[in-house]
Design a protein around this ligand. Structure first.
Ligand code: IVH
Length: 668
């Protein structure tokens, strides 16, 4: 293919992928399968890596973020990001409306919108391109989080249509509830603490210094406010509709109201209907629709006079605490759960509430039989917010945290500095053993099909599997007599177990379920130590030398391998034929020696072809770029190097290195 053909194909793929992104993330109506999408993306990634001269920061391939840690630059907002006056009170809505009517003394419209519960963000577009994303900060200055914002797929990097040359658009970055729960399930699965609620997680994610991690978070963004000097209309909603046509995700749930009655209708409707939304809102925002009228009304020191927010009261339930149960998770962490007399709350019947840990129970001074107030905040499970001490019976017993594991009877421990109690019997405590097996077979680990939690329960109860290594001595004949398992599914399970022997070492390491060793950490450890034997004999200090491995993870790895039982299991898995070292091919990519480095090569080389050099750079985490700029980290100079390149590198003070220097960098 000629270079023009390639440029053309790249451009076409980018266009199409942008369109499918838009259909999927903004319109929620994809027209191609995930598989087809991935195929196109893979093709684009390949072409772009073979042709770095066509690099474009706005390419859909750039949404995966970067592993470079950045400190945020503080940016002054062109228009301050004011907050809204809050009210919980309908009377104040009436006052607001009357105030406006009096000040304007002419007809006006009020736009009612939902108040999204996330983190606010201001996006600047210049000539149709996203140039900046800034957090609210203190309202005057915020953090430049553009790299993180670019990972949010519903935010267009380029827009289409008749947009002004320069404008800002503001909105709320949020996490849909189901995605939040899914993410927490995955976290629990790998022994990480679940996040407490979608709002804090969205806000926290924007502040992560590593955009590749941000790309893993299911962030989304609604836009609700367009600002600029030459906007298409002087009506707020018309500007929103224009912005929708440019490609932004503008919520449909707003209403232009002409009376207080209509406003209250909207408020009352959403006070209950909000529970059916797939994301959290915490109130309603009222805005004067006409921008000229907005201008006339102006601002107080803190808030606009043309807008106000009405916050919903958190719905509370009042009910009786019947008992407290204690659940043991895969990592042995014990969670206390309140069993309540069923009560209607926010559209569902609540029977249980999380009590978090011993400190939480103590801070509530909770007694059995207490009457309690429960609330459903952004949290998944409702929580007890208050005890009605007046209603307490004089002879009631305080809730005491258990001292022994309810599943296996082992005495619980509470590590210093931690809030949770743990059952230390990881080897034979049933939920811990079963949980580890479930994690082991999960999709991102060994990906063993056909075995679900129920089947594992079954196999565990009839003594067929007591730890993960037993999976590899199962025989179809042992499975078929079991309830629900036919001949065919038994054979499928065995085949899938067989196939799992090809799973690469990093995933096997992740599958072992070592505390704090998630997918990424497992990869880093596997790359650094190359085999389980070397990892097992690593000291804490050696472990901590690996990028991003801190004391907590290092100690957890040491503890895991110090356990005789774990070493026996690994021995058995080795015998079964699982991969416990990197393959030749994996070894080659086993470095991030050039991570984050932009490298230009020029000339011809003695030991490798130009393509080989480029490949080497990529395999070790570097990026090939075609032309030299102040952002270039190295110029690799070969024979017959272009004199212009050399001069430019010298002028900009870019280090000029030889082929051998590059190989040395990689070696190190
Ligand atoms: S308009 C000057 N509209 O609520 C008006 N804000 O205190 C600017 N919010 O920081 C805000 N949904 O993060 C507006 N539909 C909506 C909103 C909304 C949520 C947040 C926003 C702002 C806070 C107001």
């Amino acid at each position: 293919m000629s270079n023009t053909d390639i440029a053309h194909e790249i451009e076409q793929l980018r266009e199409e992928l942008n369109l499918h992104n838009y259909r999927y993330y903004v319109l929620n109506s994809p027209v191609i399968s995930d598989y087809e999408y991935d195929q196109m993306m893979d093709r684009l990634i390949k072409l772009e890596s073979e042709h770095p001269e066509f690099f474009d920061p706005d390419s859909p391939t750039q949404r995966v973020g970067s592993d470079i840690n950045v400190e945020f630059k503080q940016v002054k907002h062109k228009y301050p990001m004011l907050s809204l006056g809050n009210t919980y009170n309908e009377g104040e809505i009436t006052d607001f409306y009357k105030r406006i009517a009096k000040a304007l003394n002419e007809p006006f419209e009020i736009v009612c919108e939902l108040k999204y519960d996330g983190a606010s963000i201001s996006l600047t577009y210049e000539n149709g391109r996203l140039v900046r994303g800034v957090t609210r900060g203190d309202g005057t200055r915020g953090d430049d989080v553009t790299a993180n914002i670019k990972t949010i797929k519903s935010i267009p990097l380029r827009i289409k249509g008749d947009y002004p040359a320069e404008f800002e658009i503001r909105g709320e970055v949020y996490i849909p509830r189901d995605k939040f729960e899914e993410m927490n399930r995955e976290r629990i699965e790998i022994g990480e603490e679940p996040f407490s609620n979608p709002r804090n997680t969205a806000a926290g994610s924007l502040k992560l210094q590593n955009s590749r991690q941000v790309a893993q978070r299911p962030l989304d963004c609604f836009l609700y406010y367009v600002l600029g000097e030459d906007l298409p209309s002087h009506k707020h909603v018309e500007n929103l509709e224009k912005a929708r046509s440019w490609g932004f995700k503008i919520p449909k749930e707003y209403k232009v109201c002409n009376s207080l009655d209509e406003i209250f209708g909207f408020i009352h409707h959403w006070d209950t209907a909000r529970h059916d939304l797939p994301y959290d809102i915490d109130g309603i925002v009222l805005k004067v629709n006409d921008l000229n009228q907005q201008k006339r009304l102006g601002f107080t020191a803190k808030n606009p006079r043309w807008a106000i927010s009405y916050k919903f009261k958190a719905e509370q339930g009042y009910t009786k605490l019947l008992s407290v149960s204690f659940q043991v998770g895969r990592t042995g962490a014990v969670t206390p759960v309140a069993n309540l007399e069923p009560v209607q709350l926010a559209g569902t019947i609540v029977k249980r509430a999380s009590l978090h840990n011993a400190d939480f129970i103590q801070s509530l001074d909770l007694h059995l039989g207490d009457m309690v107030y429960v609330e459903k905040g952004g949290e998944i499970i409702p929580k007890i917010v208050e005890v009605d001490v007046e209603a307490r019976k004089p002879d009631s017993e305080p809730v005491r945290f258990i001292t022994h594991c309810p599943e296996c009877g082992t005495e619980l421990v509470r590590p210093e500095g931690e809030a949770a109690h743990y059952c230390p019997n990881s080897a034979t405590c049933p939920p811990q053993v079963k949980g580890r097996i479930e994690h082991f077979i999960s999709r991102k680990a060994m990906n063993i099909d056909g075995l679900g939690a129920e089947t594992i329960d079954l196999l565990y109860n009839v003594n067929l599997i007591k730890d993960i290594s037993d999976l590899y001595s199962l025989h179809p004949m042992q499975l078929t007599p079991l309830e629900r398992l036919g001949d065919k599914s038994a054979r499928n399970i065995i085949r899938s177990i067989e196939e799992s022997k090809n799973v690469p070492f990093p995933r096997v390491l992740f599958a072992l379920g070592i505390r704090y060793v998630g997918e990424t950490v497992a990869k880093k450890l596997a790359m650094a130590f190359k085999s389980i034997d070397r990892l097992m004999s690593a000291s804490k200090e050696e472990l901590m030398e690996v990028d991003e491995i801190g004391e907590r993870i290092a100690e957890s790895v040491i503890d895991y391998f110090a356990d005789e039982k774990n070493r026996e299991i690994i021995e058995k898995l080795k015998k079964a034929g699982l991969k416990f070292e990197l393959s030749e091919e994996e070894m080659q990519t086993a470095s991030d020696a050039l991570a984050g480095k932009s490298i230009v090569i020029s000339g011809t080389f003695a030991k490798h072809s130009r393509d080989e050099i480029k490949k080497l750079i990529e395999m070790h985490g570097g990026k090939n770029v075609s032309s030299i700029s102040s952002k270039t980290d190295y110029l690799v100079a070969g024979d017959k190097i272009g004199p212009a390149k050399l001069a430019k590198a010298e002028k900009l003070g870019i280090p000029i290195i030889s082929e051998d220097d590059l190989l040395n960098l990689i070696e190190q």
